[in-house]
Write a protein that binds this ligand. Sequence first.
Ligand SMILES: Cc1cc2nc3c(=O)[nH]c(=O)nc-3n(C[C@H](O)[C@H](O)[C@H](O)COP(=O)(O)OP(=O)(O)OC[C@H]3O[C@@H](n4cnc5c(N)ncnc54)[C@H](O)[C@@H]3O)c2cc1C
Ligand SMILES: NC(=O)c1ccc[n+]([C@@H]2O[C@H](COP(=O)([O-])OP(=O)(O)OC[C@H]3O[C@@H](n4cnc5c(N)ncnc54)[C@H](OP(=O)(O)O)[C@@H]3O)[C@@H](O)[C@H]2O)c1
Length: 589
Amino acid sequence: MADFIVPSTDAGCRLQGPIHSKRHVRVICIGAGASGLLLAYKLQRYFSNFSLTVYEKNPEVSGTWWENRYPGCACDVPSHNYTWSFEPKLDWSAVYASSREIFQYFNDFARKYALHKYVKVQRQVIGAYWNHQKGGYNVTIKDLQSSQEISDHCDVLINASGVLNNWRWPAIPDLDKYKGTLLHTANWDDNVNLAGRHVGLIGNGSSGIQVLPTIQPKVDKVTTFIREPTWVSPVQGLEQHVFSDQERFEFATKPGVLLEYRRNVERSLNGLFGIFLKGTTTNNETEAYMKSQMQEKLHNPYLEEHLIPSWHVGCRRLTPGVGYLEALGKENVEVVYGEITRITERGCVCDNGNEYPVDILICATGFDTSFKPRFPIVAPNGKNLQDVWKEEAQSYLGVAAAEFPNYLIFLGPNCPIGNGPVLSAIECQADYMLKLIDRFQTHNISQFSPKKEAIADFIAHKDQFMQNTVWNDPCRSWYKGRPDGPVTALWPGSTLHYIEAMMEVRMDDWEVKYNGNRFAWLGNGRSQTELDPTADWAFYIREKDDDEPLSRGRKLQIINRSGTMSRNVGTNFIGKSDAEEDQSIGPRI
Ligand SMILES: Cc1cc2nc3c(=O)[nH]c(=O)nc-3n(C[C@H](O)[C@H](O)[C@H](O)COP(=O)(O)OP(=O)(O)OC[C@H]3O[C@@H](n4cnc5c(N)ncnc54)[C@H](O)[C@@H]3O)c2cc1C
Ligand SMILES: NC(=O)c1ccc[n+]([C@@H]2O[C@H](COP(=O)([O-])OP(=O)(O)OC[C@H]3O[C@@H](n4cnc5c(N)ncnc54)[C@H](OP(=O)(O)O)[C@@H]3O)[C@@H](O)[C@H]2O)c1
């Protein structure tokens, strides 16, 4: 069917066409990681009369998985569940695939669906300013090859620049005085050879936990600097395992085998949420189990005292520490517990007064996760999001900010990024954004932004919910700005909870401005159906009522295939199914 296209944003033009005529929409997306690529895929698949440019600062797509190439970097959830829900990969090499293989998955995804054509690489967005004449944003981009600045304009600006993309050096005095080789895990130099060298490793977050056991057998010595205990979990769901040719052949050729495998893993991951709720049986039993595991593997009173936390399991991100605890006890590994007070030409000076010289210093010190944009984003009222989110980033359901119209964010503040695979959250955010873009295109909308009061209510609810979660414990974690601070990175609920919350756009929470008459979209009185000679003009005449259910509950039962499972119960690391109580009640708020 030929689309009736609204030639300009002028409301009057809509009168010439049928109901819901599509205006042209220009979208700019910042970043071509998983989020930006998915947006491009869905926009291309479902929309017409749009133009999209994805500006990407790196020379390649795939974001996290192009940048993080440190030794040991891998998926921390089974790889078959780190794919788009609709795009399985039949031949993952192992249960926990390497960063390189994940990079390949996203690059292949982009190639298969011809998404590279939307992406302009080595172009860094350095500012976005509301355009008072045309609406939308004037976007300034720096061409990283020529250093020239380029200007562009969009109706809708989508920030997919990644919550774990702004890597940072540790704030340790005199870091620049170090004369050895200084590396950051997220900015790895593949030319550095660690073999036979004395390596310093700062940090025991997820990156540090993966680096240590990978480099320990190759280097002469590792001195690892740790300043906070952390829970190190066994693998979540499945043991590491290299898939045999036979297994991969079966995944590729036997109908339903891979789908059932993926669904089983996902069910199990979705059943783990009880771990994050304080005082639940799941949390208590998991903690007791992990403590005994850590004691067994560390087998050293000093390390046990300094590495096993007093705060609850899950307060910091749980990383499956394959071989980490064992590595800490190896002869060529020295554990230095405490604060590094300064860096010298030779290495680190710690609060015990000792200097620890090293040939190579690896900073596994994480990212700036403040959610404050790295460049100015200026709203119609002149406010800059960098200032508005300086103290605390407060989003609307993780996807938008008050007073910043036509601006949407992937994995913004308070998304389910701490429990289970993140890709399912990215998928439901993309769907949510595209529902808004669809409305923008087919109604007479010029601006849409979440209401301030809706965000205030969401934040109040979130803060209350968080009190009963382990994330609220006094650990130092990137999920919050300070140990006692509000939890800014996580969603107040499970991933399944987020998916259900995002299924429909609550327009009651959105401030909408129109181009003139809000009903101009009614057009010339003709329906889209009449415009389509191949459509059935009597589509609603039937023999029986086969409508979609009208209530949310009945609709959901169809979507979630209610009645098809014998009985779902949550699981924990012990493999015990006791989460029924935790799942049904949750924290009382
Ligand atoms: C080391 C590491 C391991 C991880 N492991 C897992 C895991 O096992 N499971 C899991 O679920 N999640 C994991 N994550 C989280 C992971 O970041 C997400 O799963 C997902 O890849 C995020 O995709 P994204 O596109 O939102 O962000 P990113 O992958 O960070 O992509 C953002 C992109 O935006 C670009 N960009 C940023 N600023 C600009 C700018 N100003 N102009 C132009 N381009 C810009 C960046 O270059 C980048 O390509 C991991 C994260 C890290 C850092
Ligand atoms: N697939 C995976 O397994 C995987 C791998 C890597 C990353 N990730 C994702 O990326 C997130 C970030 O992980 P990350 O390990 O890169 O960062 P992180 O979890 O923030 O850990 C940073 C580490 O550096 C230490 N550190 C920071 N500044 C320091 C200083 N001045 N002195 C001494 N130590 C300092 C921190 O110590 P303190 O804790 O004491 O502050 C912490 O141990 C993870 O939570 C996860 O979501 C996933």
